[in-house]
Design a protein around this ligand. Structure first.
Ligand SMILES: CCCCCCCC/C=C\CCCCCCCC(=O)N[C@@H](CCCCN)C(=O)O
Ligand SMILES: [Zn+2]
Ligand SMILES: [Zn+2]
Length: 478
């Protein structure tokens, strides 16, 4: 359904104000979720006991969600959850909110507090999953629970899809939910999943935080390189071993970055829309990328984080070889994890890798791969993007700029590309470089205030999505 005039703009009917008792209950609910160790080790090895316990836990903390007559709850792939919230106006196309319940394994050592303690200290809730991604999962259900307790009935239908194996592929969770919705003929107006944040301190010269909504997501190749050689006695070694040949090959790859794709990717759009936030002369340079594109693309390469936005990256993540100290190794294997820039494809990257290695003794085996996700619209007609922008402006009035960008990691939302062209990856939270490093690292934590704000954001977002027209005009149009 098309968007209508701005004069029909509807503000949220129910104010996002919560009582002290509700605020206490919401943080306690998140702590309880963190305490359940829903770790995904591999697609075959998930902590299923914890996942089952997590499902039961959701029922106890969000009783209204589970007993409301216009909400259907289904368990998919044994541990994922799909909620269908039926709105009062079937003419409005439904949307979907997403999150996941599993977390990556983490060492016990190095943490300020144990990773599954859910302890509150100095205004922060600590633990694995506080940013990735139990915060979103709990905040979505919490916001819905609070709305229902205020007798809210949505106009626009929506789905809540909560995967249980995002960290290891999403094949049993998101992929099955997507297949089920497809059999039901569902088409979605848009999806909101985890992904980018309100970024603070990632770009030098940029003193103010800005919100970056990911409109695309990098592709992936997990590539195994292997060299086989005849084993033998190490006292009479050949000139080269499988280890030496493979080490030289991966070293060539590390020394030869993939091409800089800045001029053809969505990051150009990100910087153009961000230009006015920069001081002189960077603002002029970024407003004239037709001229300064090559200069800016070189500048982006200088930090390892901004470098991810301009090219396909390669990380050598595993290396195995050798059987005994005095045996010439028969096999050497390395695994390279590649994140494909939206302007390239799996095939193009594989061809480049083979050309760089240029050694017929090295065999290549693609373990898994997919192309980058298409770029979702971010124009004035893009309902999902504009609703996010509108809600950001309401909840974070100090954030004056919202820009489209790319997500450097992968999300479960990629499994739903058959249901919508509008996939937006955004967490309504501030992220600083230090907290970025805690995701999949150690000492992950969220402030109680940030979590409350996330609940508030979703509480307003759900109401904003009931509008059938274009959200408020951008306050900072160029
Ligand atoms: C000019 C702007 C500078 C911006 C700098 C970008 C900062 C990046 C901010 C946030 C990125 C966080 C990415 C979070 C999503 C990652 C989700 C994730 O870890 N997914 C896994 C999935 C694994 C699936 C199994 N194959 C992954 O990608 O490894
Ligand atoms: Zn995640
Ligand atoms: Zn993750």
């Amino acid at each position: 359904k098309g968007l209508k005039g701005r004069e029909h703009q509807r503000a949220p009917q129910i104010p996002s104000q919560f009582s002290p008792g509700e605020r206490f209950a919401m943080k306690e609910a998140l702590k309880g979720a963190i305490r359940i160790p829903t770790v995904s080790f591999s697609p075959e090895n998930l902590n299923v006991t914890a996942l089952a316990e997590f499902g039961e836990y959701l029922r106890t903390v969000f009783p209204t969600v589970f007993k409301t007559s216009f909400i259907q709850h289904e368990v998919i792939g044994e541990y994922s959850h799909l909620f269908t919230v039926r709105g009062s106006d079937p003419s409005l196309q439904p949307y979907m909110l997403m999150a996941h319940s599993d977390v990556v394994p983490t060492p016990e050592e190095g943490w300020e507090v144990p990773p599954f303690s859910g302890l509150e200290r100095d205004g922060f809730i600590h633990g694995q999953g506080t940013l990735d991604n139990k915060n979103s999962l709990m905040a979505i259900l919490q916001a819905l629970e609070l709305l229902l307790n205020r007798n809210y009935i949505p106009r626009r239908s929506f789905f809540i899809a909560l995967g249980h194996d995002e960290e290891v592929s999403g094949h049993n969770g998101a992929q099955k939910i997507s297949a089920l919705l497809q059999t039901r003929g569902v088409k979605l107006a848009f999806i909101v999943d985890e992904g980018n944040f309100i970024l603070d301190g990632f770009v030098s010269y940029l003193k103010k935080p800005f919100a970056m909504i990911a409109v695309s997501e990098k592709g992936l190749i997990n590539l195994r390189l292997q060299v086989n050689m005849t084993p033998g006695h190490s006292s009479a070694p050949p000139k080269e071993t499988s280890i030496g040949v493979l080490a030289a090959a991966v070293s060539r790859l590390e020394q030869t970055p993939m091409p800089n794709m800045f001029v053809s990717g969505p990051t150009k759009m990100t910087l153009q829309e961000l230009a006015h936030e920069f001081p002189f002369p960077a603002n002029i340079i970024l407003s004239n990328l037709w001229l300064f594109g090559p200069l800016v693309s070189r500048f982006m390469e200088r930090s390892y984080i901004t470098n991810t936005l301009v090219r396909t990256t390669m990380a050598l993540t595993m290396f195995n070889a050798g059987v005994k100290v005095n045996v010439i190794p028969p096999v050497a294997q390395a695994i390279i994890n590649m994140r494909i820039h939206p302007a390239q494809t799996v095939q193009e990257v594989l061809d480049l890798v083979k050309n760089i290695v240029a050694d017929s003794r090295v065999q290549f085996h693609v373990l898994n791969a997919f192309d980058p996700l298409p770029v979702s619209p971010s124009d004035h007609q893009a309902l999902g993007y504009q609703l996010l922008r509108q809600t950001i402006q309401s909840i974070f009035p100090e954030v004056s700029t919202v820009v489209p960008g790319i997500c450097i990691g992968n999300t479960d939302s990629r499994h739903y590309a058959n249901l919508t062209t509008g996939i937006y990856r955004f967490n309504p939270l501030y992220l600083r470089p230090q907290s970025f490093r805690s995701i999949h690292g150690i000492n992950e934590k969220i402030s109680v205030q940030a979590y409350e704000t996330q609940v508030k954001f979703i509480f307003e977002f759900i109401q904003n999505a009931d509008a059938d027209q274009e959200p408020a005009p951008h306050r900072h149009e160029l």
